[in-house]
Design a protein around this ligand. Sequence first.
Ligand SMILES: [Zn+2]
Length: 426
Amino acid sequence: MFSLLKIPFFRFGSIVPLALLALLGGCSVMQDVDRGLYQLADQVSETDRVTGERSLSLASRSEQIATGNRVVEQLLAAEKEAGRPVDLALDRVQYQRLIRIFDRVHSVSHLRNERWNAVLIDRDSFNAFTTGGTYIVVHLGLMQQLSDDSEVAAVVAHEIAHTVANHVFEAQSLTQAATLANSGSVKRDGYRAAFTHENEREADRVGILYMALAGYDPMAASRIWQRQYQAEGNRRALFAHSHPVNSEREAETRAVGEKVTAYYQQGRINPEAAALLANNVLWQKRSSEGVAAAGEGGGLQALGSTLLGALVQHEQAKTEERRQQQHAAFVRYVQAQLNLVSDERPASDRWRLRFEYMGEVELASLSLGGQVKQTDGAPATLVAHIKGPIRRGQSFVIELRGDILKPLDNPRQQVQLYLDDALPVQ
Ligand SMILES: [Zn+2]
């Protein structure tokens, strides 16, 4: 897996500019140039709170707070206008529960010195978001669907991590910089999705560390993704993905959770939390030692590591985009090699299908999706998963189950089948 957090930028950031530093030493004109470079680097970057590296950012933290909070305050005004209560007035029990969880997670985060607020709004959907300022907005539906506080902590920690890692404004800066540079790849949807994927992974990693430090079970994030995968699969053949697919997210969050389990003390903030934020099994913050001052090579160093950081991120996003495209092409290939040979209804809520697989590539697992239009017109999805190996010429049975099948007379006509995902035997 790619890791934004463990890239050794310092190889570029210190060694190369240190060599140049020797050339710059003692020359006052060059010192002025270097101070100018330092100011330029300061304008287009900020020091990453997690890694201590510089990353591309065209907005200062105070600008980010002003811009991000304006969006939330407009939302709150719109809620008031529409007569929809928020926070305590919306649901006392769920709001107090949210605040209790939120405060504990925020208190171990990199931005614990800022005053933050969690906002509860009246929406049924499973959603929460950040706008990069000092608010986290949570839908009431999410609180109602998650009875386990650790799972609420997982969502909240992930959103805090997005702001800490500057993802909202990094993406904006990327777009602005790309417009200036007229970069073709940044305009592609696949590239943007891949860039988002990397940000999601980073927010997962940082958020799961916060959970462990705050005394919430760090495995809770992977449980959410596991349920999501069971319920809706990966929908790989259906949509372009703005987020990593559920099964990958489950595996990745589980691996991170296992790594940070040693820091987790149930229900209790880890007394070493502050030190662990800078130095832990997932990353080591670059110290300011060895960083040259403005006018002494620090400008060149800062600008160099900003540009290299952006370049590495750009290359990672391109690699991820290629990987997603290859996998999507593989799923389309497998889908074309499947023939539905027979089907039956062993019960009104079950639809058993027999397929024949004609592909050359042996499959390790496969998931099948079916979309049904409900009586109110809204689509509902059923997913079934089976394990392989499935070889060429082999037939297999897979069964979709759910109450939404009950009213259907002829599922072959009423259900839109699609291949949700397929993995080759490695
Ligand atoms: Zn996210």
